[in-house]
Design a protein around this ligand. Sequence first.
Ligand code: FAD
Length: 375
Amino acid sequence: MKKKIYNYDFLIVGAGLIGSLAALALHQKKFKVLAVDKQRKISQDNRTLAVNANSKDFLNQIGIWSKLKSKPQPINKIIIKDYINKYPLIFENNKESMGNVVFNQEVLSEAIKACSEKKILINNFDLDYNNLPKNNIINIKNKIYSFKKIILSVGKKVKFNSIDETQDKFYKNYQLAHVGFFTHSKVHNNTAYEIFTKNGPLAVLPSPYKNNLKSTFIYSSKQKITNNNIKSLIKKNFINSHGKIIFDKNFYDYPIIVKINKDKSNYILLGDALKSIHPVAGQGWNLGIRDIQTLCKLTNQFSLESKYINQVYFARRFTESMAYLSFTSSLNFLYENFTPLTKNIVKFGYQTLSNSRKLKNIFIKQAMGRINLID
Ligand SMILES: Cc1cc2nc3c(=O)[nH]c(=O)nc-3n(C[C@H](O)[C@H](O)[C@H](O)COP(=O)(O)OP(=O)(O)OC[C@H]3O[C@@H](n4cnc5c(N)ncnc54)[C@H](O)[C@@H]3O)c2cc1C
C-alpha cells in the first residue's frame, strides 16, 4: 500500500531563536508549517538579547512578548566611548525606548513551548539539509511529507554544499565574545554602553532583573583575555556610573563568525544561516526578525509555488545584511588597526555624528529597526 503523503506549505529546518519564531509567524498567517530541530531539548544559552523596537512589536504580534516573565529592561540611552575621542557620543529617544534587554533562553523557551502547543515542531531530528530531494518530499520520523518551500534556519556554524560562503574580507581572525553578569551598588538608569578599546569592543547593558542593580557585558576580542582582565576593564570604566561591582561566578565564551551565504539552491535562508555579523551593534537576531517579516510580506504578494519569492527575498535581505556586516566589521577594523589614517576616519565619523541631530536621529531609528533600507 502507498504511504500517505502529508502536504505542507513550509518546512523550517532549525528551530532556534529565529526558526521557532518564523514557524509561529507563518502559522499565524494560516500556513501549514512544520519545524524540525536536531536538539532533544533546549540547550543552555547565557546571553541576553537587545531586542529593538521593531522586534518587540513582532514578538508582541505573535504573542511571545507578554509571556516573558523576567522583566525586560528598556534601553533609554546609549553612551558610546572610545580611546580616540575625548567626549562620548550619546543617543537618546524620548518617544519610546530604543530597545529592551531580555534573556535569550526565555524567548526561546516560550517560542518552543508555543510551537509544541500548536504541534508544529519535531525535536530530535537532525536533517541532512545538504542532500534534500529536489521534489521536496521528505521522510521525517517515518512519515512522508511534501513541502512547497524549505527554509533553512540552522544557525551560523553550518556548511552548505550548494551555497557560496562569502567570509568577511576585513575580518578573517575571528574573535571570541566573553559574556557575563555583575551586580552594582548604583542603579543602571536603563543606559547601555559601548566602549571601543584597542583590544575590542565592550558592551554593558542593563540586565533583565527587577531591581535595576544588575548588568550584563559582552566583550569581544581577538586577543587572549583572562577573566581578571575583563573584571579590571569593567571596574575601571564603570566604577563611577555603577558604583561597587560584584561579578557572577561564571563567564561564558561564544565564537564570533562573520559571514554571509549566497543561496544557489531553492531554499530560503533565515537568521544566522543567511548572515552572521559581529555582535558589536547587537543586531544579528534583530536582522533575523526582519528576515521573517520580509518573508511574511512576500507571501502576501506571491503564491508559494512562485520562484520569485526566493529571488525577491534574497535580493532584499542580502542588501541589508551586507550593509550591517560591512558596517560592524569596518568599525572593528578601524578601532583595532590604529594608524593616523584610521584615527582620522574615526574622528571624522564621530564628530559628524555628534554635530548632526538629523544624522543621530537616523542612526537611532536604524538601530530601533524603524527604517527599512530595502522593502
Ligand atoms: C555574544 C553574542 C551576543 C549577541 N547579542 C545579540 C543582541 O543583543 N541582539 C541581536 O539582535 N543579536 C545578538 N546576537 C546574535 C544572535 O544571537 C543570533 O543572530 C541568533 O541567535 C541567531 O539565531 P538562529 O536561529 O539563526 O540560529 P541558532 O539560534 O543557532 O539556531 C539554529 C538552530 O538550528 C538547529 N539545527 C542546526 N542544524 C540542524 C539540522 N541539520 N537539523 C535540524 N536542526 C538543526 C540547531 O539545533 C539550532 O536550534 C548575539 C550573538 C552573540 C555571539
